[in-house]
Design a protein around this ligand. Structure first.
Ligand code: GLN
Length: 482
């Protein structure tokens, strides 16, 4: 009997290596779950025919060439290119677009023998915090199907939570891996900007995007990251070599948990709109960390409160520029109109849903001549101040914590009419994308709502290239072997 509930990458690997079951048996067990549950949850936009990948993975085991990821079923957010498969970004614009190459992270995982099981639902072009902005209908939270799974990688988080895959990939521009991970009771990792190649990720905000894993445990996130990371000549923003990481490491090489100093940005976590149960859970989380031997101190990050407003200037600017390529000529949808301008208007009018349109309008405005300095440039100045707040904080603390989300999973439809309240769902996750630093969301208990237990997450922040600290404290906090 294969127990998927408690499965981890290491356990799976040991079972496959010992011959307790075959790659096909394990993949079939996940596929069965998808068949049984996905009619209601709608985590997947497509489930792949995996026969060839399964045979290849099994061969790697048989020939003694298996890696830890060989045979591991991985679901992939529908904005990451896998050669030969449709990649729609959950948009009508790319509904029938087939990827002509695989992203670098995908290639690395494929080389390691991973089995890509299907593509997962998301907010259109990764814009949203609930997966309700998908052009193909929302995903539901496996813990309570009247609630959202979070977004924009809601399909990926729901897929792992319902055991439709052991691992899923998401993309995180302002929280889209961590926020849905928190809402679905799983682990979500956003690594240092530039640590994982963005080649083959459909761009949203190029200075903020990172691909990241959603997993059942912290160790699994660490394993997947170790396979995906690294410099890539096809992404000039990847960190060039190990020297930078080493420099960061030597700055804080004294870190040996237990015994970290953990900073709590009080005025941020006690700000408006934070649910009382989330606050209570956060205080309990702090107590747990103290019991584990860590020192908790209050800190100030004076400019971090401007993260969300700065993000909603810089992101639409970058998004409007990235989405300009969808003009009916190069990729995906084409709707003919009168003359060339008519083609553009018809295609873009038919292809983009309301949220991309809203951001294109905003973004075009903040980048326009005469307004660029007042808006986009200003947001970059604020960004520098926010990054500096974190740099200053690392002088006195090793890790910073906040809740991952200000509320538990909310109801489907609750925030769709009010974009600003939807934007506020990212209040704790945006700052790390702005500063480019790594963060991990780890499950930290549940709250009761209408007789259902809903998951919450705590978020750990570390300095650039210090994912190792996040893994150590994350594992210790979750009771995993450190
Ligand atoms: N909610 C954020 C947005 O809508 C998250 C984006 C993301 O991380 N992809 O922009």
């Amino acid at each position: 009997m294969i127990d998927l509930k408690t499965m981890t990458i290491t356990k799976l690997h040991n079972h496959l290596k010992a011959g307790d079951f075959s790659v096909k048996q394990i993949v079939d067990a996940y596929l069965k779950n998808i068949t049984e549950k996905d009619g209601e949850i709608h985590a997947f936009l497509e489930v792949f025919d995996v026969a060839e990948q399964v045979a290849r993975a099994q061969k790697m085991f048989d020939e003694g060439k298996a890696t830890l990821l060989t045979g591991v079923p991985i679901a992939v957010k529908d904005n990451i290119l896998i050669e030969g498969h449709t990649v729609s970004a959950a948009s009508k614009m790319l509904e029938n677009y087939v990827a002509t190459y695989s992203g670098t992270a995908i290639k690395k995982l494929a080389d390691a023998g991973a089995v890509f099981i299907g593509r997962t639902n998301m907010d259109e072009f990764a814009m949203g915090s609930s997966t309700e902005n998908s052009a193909f209908g929302p995903t539901k939270n496996p813990y309570d199907t009247s609630r959202v799974p979070g977004g924009s990688s809601g399909g990926s988080a729901a897929a792992v939570a319902m055991d439709g895959a052991l691992v899923a990939l998401g993309s995180d521009t302002a929280g889209s891996v961590r926020q849905p991970a928190a809402f679905c009771g799983v682990v979500g990792l956003k690594t240092t900007y530039g640590s994982i190649s963005r080649h083959g990720l459909i761009a949203l905000g190029s200075s903020l995007d990172q691909i990241g894993p959603v997993t059942k445990c912290v160790e699994d996130a660490e394993i997947v990251f170790s396979f995906m990371k690294g410099h890539d000549p096809l992404d000039s923003t990847t960190i060039p070599d190990a020297a930078y990481a080493d420099k960061q490491n030597s700055k804080m090489c004294q870190v040996r948990p237990p015994g970290l100093t953990i900073g709590v940005p009080r005025s941020l976590v006690e700000g408006q709109g934070i649910d009382t149960d989330v606050r209570k859970n956060f205080e309990e989380t702090i107590e747990r960390l103290k019991k584990l031997g860590h020192k908790i101190v209050d800190i100030e990050l004076p400019h971090v409160k401007y993260s969300l407003p700065a993000y909603y200037i810089m992101l639409p600017g970058e998004a409007s520029s990235n989405l300009a390529r969808f003009d009916g000529m190069k990729y995906g949808l084409y709707v003919g109109g009168e003359k060339l301008l008519g083609d553009y208007l018809e295609t873009r009018g038919a292809g983009f849903g309301p949220e991309p349109r809203r951001r294109i309008l905003l973004g075009t405005y903040v980048l326009s001549s005469g307004y660029y300095d007042a808006f986009y440039n200003k947001s970059q100045e604020v960004r520098r101040l926010i990054a500096k707040d974190f740099e200053d904080a690392w002088q006195t603390v090793d890790v910073i914590i906040t809740p991952t989300t200000p509320t538990p999973p909310f109801k489907l439809g609750e925030k769709t009419q009010d974009p600003v309240s939807m934007y506020l769902a990212d209040v704790f996750t945006v700052p790390s994308n702005i500063a480019g630093i790594p963060t991990i969301s780890v499950p930290c208990g549940t709250v009761e709502r209408e007789g259902k237990s809903l998951p919450l997450g705590v978020q750990f922040f570390a300095s650039h290239c210090r994912e190792d600290i996040l893994f150590k404290i994350g594992k210790q906090f979750s009771g995993e072997a450190v």
